[in-house]
Design a protein around this ligand. Structure first.
Ligand SMILES: NC(=O)c1ccc[n+]([C@@H]2O[C@H](COP(=O)([O-])OP(=O)(O)OC[C@H]3O[C@@H](n4cnc5c(N)ncnc54)[C@H](OP(=O)(O)O)[C@@H]3O)[C@@H](O)[C@H]2O)c1
Length: 233
């Protein structure tokens, strides 16, 4: 898709991968609506609009999209990025944390997709990108709750791809390995470091998938740091 003058919605834009995506997309001439709980104080460009949204709250999501559709005839791109993880043995995961992960990582994607798909079908163009994780590809001890939420993202994405391809709507699921963001704040013991992926590079790989020709579709995009623990000594 040629990106200039297209309209995109990105969720979770205060920091990390979502913020990097907004920066790259606005630089490429995309009008970006950022849906999030918190606004980044440094992202001030005319083609970026922040809409206060909690993706766990269906009414909040509905209102955000109503606001966008009052101004735009089409949303060409939806990037479901908002997400978070809590780690630990399953029996120690707090109920509130389990619910927060499921509501954000899974329900949030459903709520946003539900708002854009009818208009994308009508317009015959669209690209939905869901950010899963390598935790959607393999089970990991102490990551069972987060894995459960991200495996749901994989299942939803692969099914939705088959559901929407004949409407000329692409669905891409991206599986990043460890990325140097604030994501690890809830996982004592893991410090972000320079051998992780950089959020700008994850964002670039998504933008490249968006830019591919209409009949080229990236279904699953697994990206990992080459040497996550640094060079072998
Ligand atoms: N970092 C990694 O190693 C890694 C690896 C694979 C996949 N991922 C996935 O990548 C995505 C982005 O994570 P990140 O690494 O960039 O983490 P991050 O720096 O913690 O950013 C997460 C973003 O999601 C937003 N968010 C969280 N809950 C929200 C809600 N209910 N409504 C709206 N926005 C909400 C946060 O906003 P607030 O500032 O308001 O909290 C923040 O902007 C997540 O889906 C994550 O699971 C991350």
């Amino acid at each position: 898709m040629e990106l200039n003058n297209k309209v995109a919605v990105v969720t979770g834009v205060s920091k990390g991968i979502g913020l990097a995506l907004c920066q790259l997309l606005t630089n490429a001439g995309v009008k970006v609506y950022g849906l999030g709980r918190t606004q980044n104080s440094e992202l001030h460009v005319p083609n970026f609009v922040f809409i206060q949204t909690d993706v766990r709250d269906y009414q909040s999501v509905v209102q955000a999209f109503e606001q966008i559709f009052q101004k735009e005839n089409a949303i060409h791109i939806l990037i479901n990025n908002a997400g978070l993880g809590y780690f630990g043995n399953l029996e120690d995961i707090e109920l509130a944390h389990w619910n927060e992960m499921m509501q954000t990582n899974v329900n949030g994607i459903f709520y946003c997709c539900k708002q854009v798909i009818p208009a994308m079908k009508q317009n015959g163009i669209g690209h939905i990108v869901n950010i899963a994780s390598t935790a959607a590809l393999e089970g990991m001890p102490q990551v069972s709750a987060y894995c459960a939420s991200k495996w749901a993202v994989k299942g939803l994405s692969e099914s939705l791809f088959r559901e929407l391809r004949d409407f000329k709507i692409k669905v891409t699921c991206i599986y990043p390995g460890s990325t140097k963001t604030d994501f690890f704040r809830n996982s004592p013991g893991i410090q972000p470091h320079d051998y992780m992926l950089m959020p700008e590079d994850v964002a670039l790989s998504i933008v490249q998938a968006l830019q591919m020709p209409d009949n080229f579709h990236t279904v699953n995009l697994e990206i990992r740091p080459l040497q996550p623990k640094g060079p072998k000594k």
